[in-house]
Ligand binder design. Structure first.
Ligand code: FE
Length: 228
């Protein structure tokens, strides 16, 4: 991890703390959002760019926090906050779906990958009163032609209000991919800067990553959405 990444990560973490993702006294206040919090600069919310759901979406995912089904990989906790972009208030009870490739770059539920009927690395969670949905997964593997990403879809009151993709700093991916089981598949084809989908809004969909207190990483993001 180079110094620039470390510094930018710290800056991002500092921003997130001020915005209510970090722990501390400001969290409850910020999480409550509202116009006063917005005008004070305590919270900011930005519409998260829509990005294609891609070919591997499967409806009706299982409601579960741990989506790994025991598959190998570096542990990754996703902390996904859903906010109403018009008020900056958290949306409680939103259904957040995620799906991603496993550490070997393979999606479940895809006949061309011989995983039809399998459900690994897919799941749904409801947001809590802070608009937070948490998933336990692994750092995604890569597949041909795409940079590393996690797909996300947010439903509110039965409507899809957001479809997007979440991204990782390339220098962190490089470090993770030097470890097993990722190191078995060297030569990933695509980085953020040369990913055609990332180019349209990916920078606003970067996970803020920090080391987990145990092993692996915690990736957080605030997703601003329209309620309908
Ligand atoms: Fe994908």
């Amino acid at each position: 991890m180079d110094e620039r990444l470390t510094r930018s990560s710290l800056l991002r973490l500092a921003g997130l703390t001020a915005a209510g993702i970090g722990l501390g006294a400001s969290e409850a206040e910020a999480a409550s959002g509202g116009p006063a919090a917005v005008s004070s600069g305590l919270v900011s919310c930005v519409l998260t760019p829509e990005q294609t759901e891609g070919p591997f979406y499967v409806p009706g995912e299982k409601v579960r926090r741990n989506i790994t089904e025991g598959r190998p990989g570096l542990p990754l906790t996703l902390r996904l906050f859903v906010l109403d972009v018009s008020t900056c208030r958290p949306i409680k009870g939103a259904a957040v779906e995620v799906w991603q490739a496993d550490a070997g770059g393979v999606y479940s539920g895809e006949s061309s990958l011989r995983t039809a009927g399998e459900t690994f690395m897919r799941g749904v969670q409801r947001t809590d009163a802070n608009g937070l949905a948490v998933f336990q997964t692994v750092y995604p593997g890569w597949y041909q032609g795409r940079t590393v990403h996690v797909h996300v879809k947010v439903h509110v009151a039965g409507n899809v209000v957001h479809t997007g993709q979440l991204y990782f700093p390339d220098s962190l991916t490089d470090a993770v991919y030097r470890q097993q089981p990722y190191a078995r598949r060297p030569g990933r084809t695509t980085r953020n800067a040369n990913d055609a989908i990332f180019r349209n809004g990916g920078r606003q969909s970067m996970l803020a990553l920090k080391k987990h207190s145990g092993r692996g990483y915690v990736g957080s993001i605030r997703m601003g959405v329209h309620r309908s």
